[in-house]
Ligand binder design. Structure first.
Ligand code: ADP
Ligand code: TZD
Length: 586
């Protein structure tokens, strides 16, 4: 317990005695917030100081917490979300009132959408003034605004309730389906004092914040029966599966049953992408042809074409098993024949128990057909990667990154962009769980530097961030943060002069460039140099390879401006079909 102040308190003693002076220890709101977080093993705050939380950041640092200060709250929020995903502890983002809060809110909403546990803690203005709308400094009813965008939102008005507020925030973020929580701390709270012992006793160490949720035995039997009867079974692993940290059991289930599996992008590496049962290189085939599909921590949202349509083959020919902690996820798009509600660790363990040792592997006709397509697609890919076109394109640049990760599977990979995202996902194999962080469920741009900082801070491993030039722009100023904390992050900007590509033309004839076009030949590497990091301009795979190797060897903040053919790729990458088209003639 930290000491806020030792205050002289005059106490009236027995009438026969003279007035005595006693020392009493006090604590205050600042210290109680820090103590409550520390008591719950939260050791890092991602944030941006200012009224009313400047002293909170200083004191947290003084009390031994790691305080990572960003240049914009959205990136601090994204860092908190990524930290939550990687550690199963809620990542903390700390902001000032109204505008700082709003800047952090996108990250909170994105964390909730992706089922990442985080807590956005924002200072707020005086309740009395805010509620009467009398115009306080940075006035805003933040609690009301946060509520629809997160799992839960709480406000603490009294110092003695800080322990409860923090405990409720932690439990809400972690239990059931993880997500974002908002904690509103009005300015007045911080200086409120409390007897230190009373303060200490008011704090709560949350016991079992994410209780195991065991699946019902009959639901396990139903799932096993369906799997057993399948002729063409498939397992889809999502980021819920990687979050769950049930790596060994998931691998055992897949290997014991011999069922081919598909990892969603952030589940890559849960088993090595080179695993013989990986069906990634035959994705369209297995999705269309499987007769029983078991989803493990993956939603049937747009990323899986909602479980229907052409992607999924003959309508009604497929049956789904879904493992998820959220019961209401079931039947959200198509009927789920065998819902398995519970935490992934418990569900997979229960299935493993039922699989036993005599499980019949899937028919060779199915696995053989998959392998045939895999071999064909993989050799096609190898051919493309072997080319060395000038200018460099996505494939030749990513051929380099693929080799780097193969040699250093412990490296964290952050990835955003359109083509840059799609090509990296399919070309760069991952070998270890939770090494890949990307744009997730929303396909959001701007997670790059926040996720990279969190990855470096939380894991202590080197980070490579593969960024489209547009994507990088959303969080580019955080290269200063990367340099300030001297983080081993190597940012690679795939520079093709614009959003998607750099070739668009303004058809109106005015001097402005087209809306998707950037300054041609921009030198993003100079941004890193401006803050003392290493900047490299790379135009060939050989230069790129050398620069990444040097960055990994030195651990110095590095930004490589990788020049990519501006005609390569497509508009919106692989999701061009989601782009509305006008039917009107010009
Ligand atoms: P992806 O984008 O990789 O397909 P999604 O984000 O759509 O994955 O799905 C993740 C799912 O995992 C969510 O429905 C969430 O409820 C679930 N989930 C997250 N953590 C757990 C857990 N520990 N146990 C069970 N389900 C979980
Ligand atoms: N704003 C936000 C917050 N998220 C988004 N997804 C977009 C805008 C729209 N958008 C995409 O979906 S991808 C993208 C944008 C702006 C950038 C694509 O260009 P890039 O990547 O340079 O990053 P490629 O590799 O050149 O295609």
């Amino acid at each position: 317990m930290s000491r806020a102040a030792v205050t002289e308190v005059k106490t009236e003693r027995h009438p026969n005695m003279a007035t005595d002076t006693q020392s009493r220890e006090l604590t205050d709101g600042f210290h109680l917030v820090i103590d409550a977080l520390k008591l719950n093993d939260i050791d890092t705050i991602f944030g941006l100081p200012g009224i009313p939380i400047t002293d909170l950041t200083r004191m947290a640092q003084a009390e031994g917490m790691r305080v990572i200060s960003f240049r914009h709250e959205q990136h601090a929020g994204n860092a908190a979300a990524a930290a939550g995903y990687l550690t199963q502890k809620p990542g903390i983002c700390l902001t000032v009132s109204a505008p700082g809060f709003l800047n952090g809110l996108t990250a909170l909403a994105n964390a909730t959408t992706n089922c990442f546990p985080m807590i956005l803690i924002s200072g707020s203005s005086e309740r009395e003034v805010v509620d009467l709308q009398q115009g306080d400094y940075e006035e805003m009813d933040q609690l009301a605004i946060a509520k629809p965008l997160c799992k839960a939102a709480f406000r603490v008005l009294h110092a003695q309730d800080i322990g409860v507020g923090v405990a409720r925030a932690i439990r809400s973020a972690l239990s059931g389906r993880p997500g974002g929580v908002y904690l509103d701390l009005p300015a007045k709270l911080f200086a409120q004092t409390l007897d230190a012992v009373e303060g200490r006793n008011s704090l709560i160490k949350v016991v079992d914040p994410a209780p195991r949720q065991l699946p019902a035995p009959d639901s396990v039997q139903r799932a096993l029966a369906l799997l057993k009867g399948a002729k063409r079974p498939l397992i889809v692993l999502g980021k819920g599966a990687s979050y769950a940290q049930a790596d060994a059991d998931i691998r055992a289930l897949i290997e014991k049953t011999g069922i081919p599996y598909l990892p969603m992008s952030m589940a890559k590496g849960l088993l090595p992408d080179t695993h013989e049962q990986s069906a990634s290189a035959a994705r369209s085939y297995v999705l269309a042809e499987a007769d029983v599909v078991m989803l493990v921590g993956a939603r049937l949202n747009w990323l899986l074409s909602h479980g229907k349509g052409k992607t999924w083959g003959t309508p009604g020919a497929k049956q789904f098993i879904q493992i998820d902690i959220a019961p209401t996820e079931m039947d959200s798009n198509v009927p789920i024949a065998a819902p398995l509600v519970g935490d992934i660790g418990s569900c997979v363990a229960a299935l493993l128990g039922g699989v036993g040792s005599g499980w019949a592997k899937p028919p060779a006709a199915w696995t053989g057909a998959i392998n045939e397509r895999k071999d064909k697609n993989l050799s096609k890919m190898a051919e493309t990667l072997a080319k060395n076109p000038s200018p460099m394109n996505f494939h030749s640049a990513l051929g380099v990154v693929r080799e780097v990760i193969k040699a250093r599977p412990d490296v964290m990979l952050v990835n955003e962009g359109a083509n840059t995202l799609d090509f990296t996902r399919s070309i760069v194999d991952m070998y270890e769980p939770r090494k890949r962080l990307d744009v997730g469920t929303w396909g959001i741009m701007g997670i790059g530097m926040g996720f990279a900082v969190a990855a470096a801070v939380v894991t202590g491993k080197p980070v490579i961030a593969i960024e489209g030039d547009s994507a990088f722009g959303f969080s580019g100023m955080e290269v200063e943060t990367i340099c300030r904390y001297n983080l081993p992050i190597c940012v690679v900007v795939f520079n093709n002069n614009g959003v998607y590509r750099g070739t668009d033309v303004n058809s109106s004839g005015t001097a402005d460039v087209a809306p998707t076009v950037f300054v041609k030949g921009a030198r993003y590497d100079k941004m890193m140099e401006a803050f003392g990091g290493v900047g490299v301009h790379a135009t060939t795979p050989a230069e790129l390879s050398k620069a990444i190797d040097e960055a990994l060897a030195s651990g110095k903040p590095t930004l490589i401006n990788a020049v990519i053919d501006e005609t390569a790729g497509t508009e919106s990458g692989r999701i061009t079909m989601l782009n509305p088209q006008t039917a009107a003639k010009k």
